[in-house]
Design a protein around this ligand. Structure first.
Ligand code: IPM
Ligand code: MN
Length: 368
């Protein structure tokens, strides 16, 4: 039986609650003989700041670097609103992404049939939706320099963020987009704002060239990012793979999340480049945040975290069959009418976080 090293970083807010349910799934897979998982748990975000005055320690970074995969919960909360910018909770996540070189962020948005009525959009718009937002994760305005607030001679302040992309950065994320599209419905929509941004002009040019030279069999279209936001709520099924820079991908994936019924449903995978042995660094996290308003009350939906584990099974552990079973277990539980509060339709009873985790574990066991 193969054994994998997994680093668990539950983080803040609802992070520890959803991670606890994900551990149950890992234990179930181990007991069923699917694979062995050597887990370590460490602090990140506000909880790391409270203990160590940094949002992630070098020791935790080392564990992340050595792991076959990192499972990450969520970070942040009002408790840390006033901590220095460099050690704010989010900085821990950004350091993981940057230092591990996790440039490709896959955010699939799938609408489970049983949840089509939980979305704020009409059923026919989202029923059967299956799109993938591919977000560039280590460049753009998140990391561009200068990034500062300076005080001017007249006493005013001036804030600068820098949106910057190089050919290489655009090429490598573009190749991931086309590769993914080849395994799906064969279409990529690249989103930028070339009408106002130089980085958008270069993005558009590089994507078009990589398409022409390497992937002419895949369909490519370009949308202005603002129009893509509009189209996402008007007729999302026109999309297959949406290729976005770091900031547009952040925004459009939150929009896409609501199409599926709740932000509590969306998993993500952040992948690095393949090394000589075909292995890549990887971090898996729900798209939702730490939701401090509902933390500690058993209200959190663990599905996004658990389906992030399904992505880890698929992309890091080569356990595609187990991943399918886990995805099916989630679909089964939803079809049976098990709901946490965020996805419960009017008149439906909602279960708490552990009950949802247990229901998924039961459905998974039944399929193995
Ligand atoms: C996300 C989050 C992060 C981001 C925050 C927590 C830094 O919103 O993963 O989408 O902006 O990338
Ligand atoms: Mn976000």
């Amino acid at each position: 039986m193969a054994t994998f090293k997994v680093l668990l970083l539950p983080g803040d807010g609802i992070g520890p609650e959803v991670m606890k349910e994900t551990r149950k799934v890992l234990d179930t897979l181990t007991k069923a003989g699917v694979a062995g998982f050597e887990t370590e748990t460490s602090l990140v975000g506000g909880s790391a700041y409270d203990a160590h005055k940094v949002s992630i320690t070098d020791a935790t970074m080392k564990l992340a670097d050595e792991a076959d995969a990192v499972l990450f919960g969520a970070v942040g909360g009002p408790k840390w609103d006033d901590v220095p910018y460099d050690v704010r909770p989010e900085a821990g996540l950004l350091r993981l992404r940057k230092d591990l070189g996790l440039f490709a962020n896959l955010r699939p948005a799938i609408c489970y049939p049983a949840l089509a009525d939980a979305s704020s959009l009409k059923r026919e718009i989202i029923d059967g939706l299956d799109i993938l937002i591919l977000r560039e994760l280590t460049g753009g305005v998140y990391f561009g320099e200068p990034k500062e607030i300076v005080t001017l001679e007249n006493g005013q302040q001036r804030a600068v963020d820098t949106q910057v992309y190089t050919t290489f950065e655009i090429e490598r994320i573009t190749r991931v987009a086309f590769d993914l599209a080849r395994k799906r419905r064969g279409k990529v929509t690249s989103c930028e704002k070339r009408n106002v941004m130089k980085s958008g002009v270069l993005w558009n040019r590089v994507v078009s060239r990589v398409h022409r030279e390497e992937f002419p069999d895949v369909q490519l279209e370009h949308h202005l990012a603002d129009a893509a936001g509009m189209q996402l709520v008007r007729w999302p099924k026109q999309y297959d793979v949406m290729l976005c820079d770091n900031l547009f991908g952040d925004m459009l994936s939150d929009v896409a999340a609501m199409l599926t019924g709740s932000l509590g449903m969306l998993p993500s995978a952040s992948l690095g480049a393949e090394d000589a042995n075909g292995r890549r660094k990887a971090l898996y996290e729900p798209v939702h945040g730490s939701a401090p308003d509902i933390a500690g009350q058993g209200l959190a939906n663990p599905i996004a975290m658990i389906s992030s584990l399904a992505m880890a099974l698929r992309y890091s552990f080569g356990l595609g069959e187990a991943a399918d079973k886990l995805d099916n277990a989630i679909a089964t539980v939803l079809a049976d009418g098990t709901r946490t509060k965020d996805i419960a339709a009017k008149g439906m009873n909602a279960v708490d976080t552990p009950h949802m985790g247990d229901a998924i574990v039961r459905a998974l066991k039944a399929s193995m």
